[in-house]
Write a protein that binds this ligand. Structure first.
Ligand code: HGY
Ligand code: MN
Ligand code: MN
Length: 414
């Protein structure tokens, strides 16, 4: 049921923007974004800033065994909290809103309630999860997956980064190897506020997305071994060219997405050749394939087609191809009741709203395993994300935070 106790309450938009600016100033990059890969010193600096904000608000802060941070504001009752949050790690070419916005809007909501002297029935919690991006340590949403018991702590701590570091060692090195056990406290409900990271809301002129689901994700690392050879003397028919094979994969998955149609997307985002020299036929290629689809059957068909292509390619080019799964999550459907509440709250505040799936992965898809969960989207300018030019208009940032405020108040009164 929509919040009726404090219908006029609104967040302070300037204060929210100031928080976002303060976190943006931690490890900024050219173009207006951020680079804070998980568990690097950049991430540490971001973590310390946000934990300081949490403590300045008088919240009870806990750090768990994989570095997830949860800050709690007491309610009238000692019951399961209503939780919001997201992540503050970024990809290498990250924007200033992806993840950060959902965490900082949660803190703004806390300060709004403090200023208004409102104590909720249920406690409120604001969290950020470790390594949501999965760009340094795969899979993505690693921290929230451990939080809900979907990945064993020891396995998480032994995860090796693309740069060879061990997750547990990095966690200790930056001082965020906490003692709070995982799985974590099961919230009464979880709501994640996030920028859409796609073009839909802006194209349709809609302010709020009531997110109903998250599409399935399949990440595979391919190691292709051919034969390094002289680029000038080796006849084309005698080559076992790992560079050509890698390029063939990228071209194949692009065509596959077009053939399968619907929501199927496919990306070769990382590709390293060895020895990566102008006059040497590449002997080895290590690349990644990111396949996503709102339909699990569709995603399985895409995987089947890709793996079949790889078997053929290995024979025709005379290379070996080894596959390693980096992430595999089925599509997730959010709680219809919470999605309804998001939609009703947005309408009650006079915003345009539409239901939609999420193309990106989010911590909410993991919390949905243990409690009623949904997401609130706001528009991304030009649909850009994982790009330093990522932008959302201040009025939209404020609108999303006000919707989150009243969704949380309604849930906290249950
Ligand atoms: O990959 C994703 O969808 C998210 O940004 N981790
Ligand atoms: Mn994100
Ligand atoms: Mn992201």
């Amino acid at each position: 049921m929509a919040d009726t106790a404090h219908p006029e309450l609104r967040i302070d938009g300037e204060r929210l923007l100031a928080r976002i600016q303060a976190l943006h100033e931690v490890s900024p990059i050219d173009g207006g974004g951020n680079c804070r890969l998980a568990l690097t010193d950049d991430d540490l600096a971001g973590r310390d800033l946000v934990v300081t904000m949490m403590r300045d608000l008088g919240l009870t802060v806990s750090i768990d065994v994989v570095g997830n941070v949860v800050a709690v504001r007491a309610g009238h009752t000692h019951t399961a909290p209503v939780m919001c949050g997201s992540h503050i790690d970024t990809v290498r070419t990250g924007g200033r809103y992806d993840g950060n916005y959902g965490v900082l809007a949660g803190l703004e909501i806390i300060e709004t309630l403090d200023t208004a002297g409102v104590i909720t029935k249920r406690p409120l919690a604001v969290g950020f999860f470790t390594d949501e991006e999965g760009a340094r340590f795969a899979p993505d949403m690693l921290g929230s997956l451990v939080y809900v018991g979907g990945l064993a702590v020891e396995e998480a701590l032994d995860t090796v980064a693309i740069d060879g570091a061990r997750l547990g060692d990095e966690l200790s090195r930056i001082g965020y190897a906490g003692s709070t056990p995982c799985p974590g406290v099961v919230p009464h409900a979880f709501v994640e506020l996030h920028v859409e990271q796609g073009p839909v809301l802006e194209l349709e002129g809609v302010t709020i997305g009531a997110v109903e689901s998250v599409q399935g994700i399949s990440w595979t690392e391919l190691t292709i071994v051919g034969q390094s050879n002289h680029a000038g003397t080796t006849p084309m028919r005698l080559r076992h060219d790992a560079g050509y094979a890698a390029a063939s994969v990228a071209v194949f998955v692009r065509g596959l997405a077009g053939e399968l149609g619907g929501n199927q997307v496919a990306t070769v985002g990382a590709c390293d050749l060895h020895p990566n020299l102008v006059n040497v036929v590449a002997g080895r290629a290590v690349l990644t394939v990111d396949l996503r689809n709102t339909s699990e059957d569709g995603l399985r068909e895409a995987e089947r087609r890709l793996f079949g292509f790889l078997d053929e390619l290995a024979v025709t080019e005379g290379v070996t191809i080894t596959k390693r799964t980096l992430a595999r999550f089925e599509p997730v459907i959010f709680d219809p009741g919470v999605v309804d509440l998001v939609e009703q709250t947005a309408l009650a505040q006079g915003h345009t709203v539409r239901r939609m799936p999420s193309g990106a992965g989010h911590d909410a898809q993991m919390l949905a395993r243990v409690c009623p969960t949904a997401m609130v989207f706001v528009p991304s300018a030009k649909g850009l994300s994982h790009n330093p030019a990522e932008h959302t208009e201040p009025a939209d940032l404020e609108a999303g935070a006000n919707v989150l405020l009243h969704v949380m108040l309604a849930l906290a009164a249950e």
